[in-house]
Design a protein around this ligand. Structure first.
Ligand SMILES: [Zn+2]
Length: 397
C-alpha cells in the first residue's frame, strides 16, 4: 500500500530535478537585494582620449538635462566610462611605434563642468580601449588597423574591429589569445593609478571594455581603489574563433561579490538612439525592473553624440527618456553606480527592503522571464503556486 506522502515527495523531487540546472539563477535571484525605489542611471562609455568633438558633445549633453530633478532634487546621473589614452598617430606614422595620446585638458574640463552640475559621474573604462601590443600586432597584417593607428587620436576606437577593442585579451588573432595573469593584474592596477593621477580621484567603479575581463583585472583594480564592476549580467573572458565573446554561463547579480570583495552591478538595458532605440521602448523594461526591485542601468555609447549631424536627435531622445521616466515613475531615484555600491555594501535599510513579502514577489519576477527556466517552472507546477503567491504578496502592504 502506498503511503500518503508518496505523491507530494515524488512531486518535490521531480520539481527539484527539473530546476537543478537553474540553481544559480534561483539562488542568485533570491540573494540579490531588493530596492525600495526604482533607481535609474544612464551609462555612457568610451569618453576621454580621442576625437576633439567630445568636449562640445559633453557640454551639449550636460545642458540638455540641466533642469531635470528627481523628487528629492537629484539631477539625472550620466556616467562617463573614461578611457585615458588613445594612440599618437604622428609617432605611428614616423616610427611605427605605439605611443599613447592622453585625453586633453579640453575634454577633462568638460568632464568637470558636468561633474560640478551633479550630472556626470566618471568611471574607469580603461587606460586604452585596446591592448596596445595586440593593436600593433594586428596592424602588421591589417591595413585598416594600420590606417587607424595613423589617424589616431582623431580616429575613434569604436571604428576598430570588435576583438581589438577588448583590453584584457589579445584580439589580434581568433580565438583571442590569453594574456599572462600577472601582466593583467599589474596593468589593471596601473591604469587605476593613472586614472587617479589624471583625474584627481581614484576610480571607484570600473566598466570592462567590451565586457571581457577576468579576476586578474578585478584584483588589480581593487588594489587601487575600485569597489564596483559594471557587468552585463554574466562574465565573458575570451573570444571564440568567430570573435564572439564567450565565458562561463553562470549569471551575475547586483550585489554579488567578485575578486577582493569587489561588488557587481548589472547593466542590461540599451538606449542607443543611433541604432533606432526610442524612449518608448524602455517603459516596459523599466516597469519590469521596478517589479523585480532592481536598478535600471541603461547603456548609451559616446558615438550617439559625437557626430554633430546625429547629436540633436540623440540628445532629444535622451531628454524625452528622462522626462518620461520622471512622469511615469514618480518615485524614481537618480543614483550613481558608486552610490549604489555603497548602499549595497552596507545593506542600507533606507534603500533596501529585506522583508520576506517583498523578496518573494521580486524573486518571482526575476525568475519568471529567464529563458528555459520559465518552461520548467510551469512543468514543475511551481509557476501555478509562486505566481499567484507573489501577486498576493505585492497586493499586501
Ligand atoms: Zn567601450
Amino acid at each position: 500500500m502506498m503511503v500518503w506522502w508518496f505523491f507530494p515527495l515524488a512531486w518535490l523531487l521531480a520539481a527539484l530535478a527539473l530546476l537543478f540546472p537553474y540553481r544559480h539563477w534561483l539562488l542568485g535571484a533570491w540573494r540579490e537585494p531588493c530596492w525600495r525605489r526604482l533607481v535609474v542611471v544612464v551609462e555612457s562609455d568610451d569618453w576621454g582620449a580621442g576625437p576633439r568633438a567630445q568636449a562640445e558633445a559633453l557640454d551639449a549633453l550636460r545642458q540638455v538635462l540641466a533642469d531635470l530633478r528627481d523628487r528629492d532634487g537629484r539631477p539625472p546621473v550620466v556616467t562617463l566610462g573614461v578611457v585615458l589614452d588613445s594612440a599618437d598617430g604622428e609617432v605611428w606614422r614616423s616610427h611605427r611605434e605605439f605611443s599613447p595620446a592622453p585625453l586633453t585638458d579640453t575634454v577633462r574640463e568638460a568632464f568637470l563642468r558636468g561633474g560640478d552640475a551633479g550630472l556626470f559621474h566618471l568611471q574607469l573604462h580603461g587606460a586604452c580601449h585596446f591592448w596596445p601590443a595586440a593593436l600593433v600586432a594586428a596592424a602588421q597584417g591589417d591595413p585598416a588597423v594600420d590606417a587607424w593607428l595613423a589617424a589616431a587620436p582623431e580616429a575613434p576606437t569604436e571604428a576598430l574591429p570588435d576583438a581589438l577593442q577588448s583590453r584584457w585579451i589579445d584580439g589580434s588573432r581568433l580565438p583571442a589569445g590569453l594574456l599572462p595573469t600577472r601582466t593583467l593584474e599589474a596593468a589593471a592596477e596601473e591604469e587605476a593609478r593613472a586614472y587617479l593621477r589624471g583625474l584627481g580621484e581614484p576610480p571607484r567603479v570600473a566598466v570592462p571594455t567590451t565586457f571581457i575581463w577576468g579576476e586578474a583585472a578585478e584584483r588589480g583594480w581593487a588594489r587601487a581603489g575600485v569597489r564596483v564592476v559594471v557587468t552585463p549580467g554574466r562574465r565573458f573572458d575570451a573570444r571564440d574563433s568567430a570573435g564572439r565573446p564567450v565565458g562561463p554561463p553562470r549569471p551575475l547579480f547586483n550585489g554579488q561579490r567578485g575578486a577582493e570583495g569587489i561588488l557587481y552591478l548589472v547593466r542590461d538595458l540599451y538606449f542607443e538612439p543611433r541604432r533606432g532605440h526610442r524612449p518608448e521602448g524602455l517603459w516596459e523594461d523599466l516597469g519590469r525592473k521596478r517589479r523585480q526591485r532592481r536598478p535600471a542601468l541603461m547603456e548609451t555609447h559616446r558615438y550617439n553624440f559625437l557626430d554633430p549631424a546625429d547629436r540633436p536627435a540623440s540628445l532629444g531622445a535622451l531628454r524625452v527618456l528622462f522626462v518620461g521616466v520622471l512622469g511615469r515613475f514618480p518615485e524614481v531615484a537618480f543614483l550613481s553606480p558608486q552610490v549604489m555600491g555603497e548602499i549595497l555594501a552596507r545593506g542600507d535599510p533606507q534603500w533596501l527592503d529585506g522583508s520576506f513579502r517583498v523578496r518573494l514577489a521580486a524573486w518571482w519576477h526575476r525568475i519568471e522571464g529567464v529563458p528555459g527556466l520559465d518552461r520548467r517552472l510551469r512543468l514543475s507546477g511551481l509557476a501555478w503556486i509562486l505566481g499567484p503567491l507573489a501577486r498576493h504578496m505585492e497586493g499586501v502592504s
